[in-house]
Design a protein around this ligand. Structure first.
Ligand code: FHN
Length: 453
């Protein structure tokens, strides 16, 4: 319990440190700014590192148009069915955890089956935990023996997944942990040992970027004290020197997941296990599990189709992407019940995907009754359930609705008087039991409307 307690403590302390560090950081920066005013030196790591090398808006817009991706947490820990990284030295003694790879032989692993499951779900990108906090590498790295080629499986999982994604037109992405609890240099926490650690991390990232050409890198575990803002800034710059278009999330710096600050490094925000707030300015992606645990857990509770679809719709309605996590089993298969749930999501998207992909969130803020997405002069109104004969909406600014109809066809009658609320008359039964889509054709560009709280 001690180890976990320390980790939890360091996690919380990490967060607290993060807060106290950021206030210390702010004091330090203030002091430096005063000096800088005299020495005309740029001190803001975010400004110094990324202002001229940020991922382009065109690439980020393309990422946000995808709206829906698959997150995969997988590794030898599936042999115990406990949480990846976090159960090391907790439910699973450290020594035992670190030797699980010697038994790891997922003979039913089929990268194409995983990618087809993602495609059938309507997902446009896949993100695999190439290395999680436990330090085990799912690719044959030259910089650590603790990798898949030294397990009985002896196959390059990252490469097979990258190839399968290419074959099926799905963007291939990589999760890479900052916090590596298996790495002695990382655990020493000294500036010198961290220099060695960062160099190893950059070597491993160079392997991943040059061999597998990921579309996006999903960093994680940046909260612990030994990881400094300048480490994140250096790694971001290094990554961009190898591929200027690879997208990087905001977990390389020391900022929080939900907003950009001078402590942030990366291209987009990453709310976790929650739907992010409506944000029309910063790109963001919520990462959420289909069950409770990130890695596979026997008989874990799985979300209903209603919760899955409404999570996706409210995320898109907030102008964000959803990175939805599955945990494949120790034999390499994704559980049938998870595959089936994802297929049900894909069936919904086959009918209503035009209201999700390539849209912007809003103008209405998502709520328990409805959400909205928009594209050109169309607002897609997502109605979650029929709570009354009429759905009353706030005015759409000075825009007039020319036509209203369900995306799957039937006309919808409504009452709208100039600049006032709108009354949508709902049929006795909505066309879809988890989320119905009403098309509102406006007399102007819906994307120019201000957000309506
Ligand atoms: O500690 C990890 C956790 O295991 C999981 O990978 C999530 C996914 O975003 N990130 C960290 C917790 O914030």
């Amino acid at each position: 319990m001690r180890n976990f307690f320390i980790r939890t403590k360091s996690y919380r302390l990490g967060v607290c440190n993060n807060i106290s560090a950021s206030s210390k950081y702010l004091k330090k920066i203030t002091g430096l700014l005063i000096i800088a005013l005299f020495c005309n030196v740029t001190v803001n790591a975010q400004q110094a590192v990324t202002s001229d090398i940020k991922t382009s808006k065109a690439v980020m817009d393309g990422f946000m148009d995808k709206r829906f991706g698959m997150f995969i947490h997988w590794g030898p820990v599936t042999l115990r069915g406990t949480e990846i990284g976090w159960s090391r030295g907790e439910e699973v003694p450290t020594q035992e955890y670190d030797n699980l790879y010697k038994e790891f032989n997922p003979v039913l692993f089929d990268a194409e089956a995983w990618v087809k499951t993602a495609k059938d779900a309507g997902m446009k990108y896949v993100t695999i935990t190439a290395k999680h906090h436990d330090g085990f590498c799912l690719w044959p790295t030259d910089f650590s023996n603790y990798n898949i080629m030294n397990s009985p499986f002896k196959r390059d999982v990252v490469d097979e997944l990258a190839k399968a994604c290419k074959k099926y037109g799905i963007a291939f992405c990589v999760y890479f942990t900052v916090a590596d609890w298996h790495d002695a240099d990382y655990s020493k926490k000294t500036p010198e040992s961290m220099k060695v650690f960062v160099s190893r991390m950059e070597n491993e990232l160079k392997e991943i970027i040059t061999r597998y050409k990921p579309y996006m890198l999903w960093f994680d575990g940046n909260w612990e004290e030994q990881w400094k803002l300048e480490h994140g800034a250096e790694v971001y710059k290094f990554i961009k020197s190898l591929d200027k278009d690879v997208i990087v999330n905001n977990r390389l710096g020391k900022g929080d997941h939900y907003s950009f600050s001078s402590a942030s490094v990366g291209d987009y925000l990453t709310p976790e296990q929650k739907i992010g707030d409506l944000n029309m300015n910063d790109p963001w992606e919520s990462c959420i599990t289909i069950c409770n645990q990130w890695a596979w857990k026997p008989n874990d509770k799985m979300k209903s189709l209603k919760e899955c679809i409404q999570t996706l719709v409210k995320t898109a309605g907030g102008n964000g992407n959803l990175l939805f996590n599955v945990g494949p089993m120790m034999d390499g298969r994704i559980e049938a019940r998870q595959t089936e749930r994802l297929k049900e999501m894909g069936d919904w998207l086959n009918k209503y995907g035009a209201s999700i992909y390539g849209t912007k969130g809003g103008p209405y803020k998502p709520n328990s009754a409805y959400a909205a997405t928009r594209k050109g002069n169309i607002v897609y109104l997502h109605v979650f359930e029929r709570i009354a004969d009429k759905l009353v909406l706030p005015a759409l600014g000075n825009a007039a609705i020319k036509k209203a109809y369900f995306l799957d066809g039937d006309k919808v009658s409504f009452v709208q008087s100039k600049n006032s609320q709108i009354e949508i008359n709902l049929p006795a039964v909505l066309p879809n039991k988890v989320s119905s889509v009403i098309v509102l054709e406006l007399d102007k560009n819906a994307e120019e409307l201000a957000v309506i709280k």
